[in-house]
Write a protein that binds this ligand. Structure first.
Ligand code: SF4
Length: 212
């Protein structure tokens, strides 16, 4: 059984798949407490569901793209089996993870979006850098940047681990904290090989809207 916060159908908003219709399976619990978290409601609330029940619900939307997200999905070990089963069923599967727990055993068919937490999140010390060794070229590493300090730190991590050679690198802003135009200008000035990533759903709906 997995504790599931919500299953819903919306537009993918935070990766290179942004803009595509997607079914989201949001699992309960998170081991982090990022300063800018917008899904605190997923820390404890949820309903127990079997993998079969989850897959049946996902199938109702008739959408081939499925994202397993949280909270932190990898806190529940059975999430690994859920992702494997979704892949076996022919779905294109994405995982959104906070970057503090190992991705080593995630099915290789899954596209992983791995956060590396910047200083202003106050969770930087929780980053598990060993995860970098398990990234595939199709995976994505996301930095959510709230200040110039975060930006400089992100650059240094990209350089230290050769990240742009290993995966796709995404830069996005902490919504309401850093103006997108500033981050875009910094990226252009430094000619970084990273992709600016707006949180699309926050521009389509009101930023605080749940289940989108
Ligand atoms: S990892 Fe995600 S869900 Fe967990 S506290 Fe950070 S932003 Fe919130």
């Amino acid at each position: 059984m997995l504790k599931v916060n919500e299953i819903y159908y919306s537009i993918q908003g935070e990766s290179t798949m942004a803009g595509l219709p997607c079914v989201f399976v949001r699992l309960t619990y998170c081991n982090l407490r990022c300063s800018y978290c917008d899904t605190e409601y997923a820390f404890y609330e949820g309903e127990d569901k079997s993998i079969d029940e989850i897959i049946d619900e996902v199938k109702k939307y008739k959408c081939n793209l499925v994202e397993v997200t949280g909270g932190e999905p990898l806190m529940q070990e059975e999430s690994l089996e859920l992702m494997k089963r979704l892949c076996d069923e022919g779905f294109e599967v994405m995982l959104e993870t906070g970057g503090s727990l190992p991705i080593e055993n995630v099915d290789k068919r899954v596209k992983i979006v791995l956060d590396l937490k910047c200083p202003s999140s106050k969770m930087m010390k929780k980053n598990d850098y060993e995860n970098i060794d398990f990234l595939k070229p199709s995976d994505e590493v996301k930095f959510v940047i709230g200040s110039r300090e975060d930006y400089e730190w992100s650059k240094s991590i990209i350089e230290k681990y050769g990240l742009t050679e290993k995966a796709i690198v995404l830069f996005s802003v902490v919504f309401g904290q850093l103006e997108p135009v500033k981050l875009v200008n910094w990226i252009l000035e430094d000619k970084l090989k990273v992709r600016f990533q707006p949180q699309l759903h926050k521009y389509i709906w009101k930023p605080e809207t749940k289940g989108v």
